[in-house]
Design a protein around this ligand. Sequence first.
Ligand code: QUE
Length: 344
Amino acid sequence: METETQGADAAAGVHVLRDGCVGRLKLDRQKALNALDLPMIRVLRGALEDWRDDDAITAVVIEGEGRAFCAGGDIRAVRSHVLAGDHAEAERFFAEEYALNAVIARYPKPYVSLIGGLCMGGGLGISAHGSDRVVTEAAIMAMPETAIGLAPDIGATYFLPRLPGFLGTYMGLCGYRLQGADAVHAALATAFVPAARLPALSAALASEGSAAVARFTGPLPPYTLVPDLAAIDRCFCADSMPEIVARLEAEATPWSEAVLKVLRTMSPSSLCWSLAAIRSGAHRTLEECLAAELALVTRIIRMPDFAEGVRAMVVDKDRAPRWQPPRIEDVDPRLIADLLQTGH
Ligand code: QUE
């Protein structure tokens, strides 16, 4: 039987329940596609701390109510703080979000994410670091931060460079949306369960714990990215944005033309600092990555492209951001190097 442990938590956009041998976390802020705000982050952290040493809880299950798992962080609120000049509040959001990501990564019990829909940015932060990432054919995983002038964060500078080849660089720069089965092939997800069986798996977890996952997996559909993987590696192994663009232009295929078109819509500055951040993460621990991401994001929110990107993509939704500078070639490499400096 499910029991909601604290009535106030539903108001915070997360249901916290004890259900059989599992602790269940249900994201429920559906009008915002379950995007994480600070109250939700605090409730999730509190529940994980409570269950860590609770012998009756053998695993944690997290899922999203409605069609989305979690569309990201509440970047709209962060922009409001920035526009109001309250950078400290904006930084508090990211600091607490990343602290939660680290708690999940080091959690001593199985942490099972059931992903049957959109999972972007902050949604990956609360799933990708856990032990079990179950996806359906309706799941979409993406890191689209270059579209809003931000950078891959939530520990993505740790996991993106560890995906096969340069797929992580491709995802982090282009915001490529990985479909459920492809996410398993790329090892971002750990199990494929057909959407029709997800509710039954969710119920079975309460009695069987995380061992239930194996009983519900379906045949893994083929990896749709196979035809593009060689070109992804050829183009996205380069260490500067102008070089990546030059390699895509040299490919001159329908795929490379489409990728160039996408890259031209992204913040040029964000592409440059995001590439540098992903490269740096390859040599760091997760905790070092999260600290470097927080230092970078603290600087990025003061740059014009962040407020403008969130305005264009999330607030006004005109999808017509005016980036500064507007072209990749005009981004000053010294400015990027300064932004990536880890302070003393
Ligand atoms: C790129 C992004 C995000 C985005 C759109 C992009 C992102 C994010 C959201 C989002 C979605 C729904 C909400 C909300 C935020 O949209 O990171 O508050 O209700 O969180 O093109 O990186």
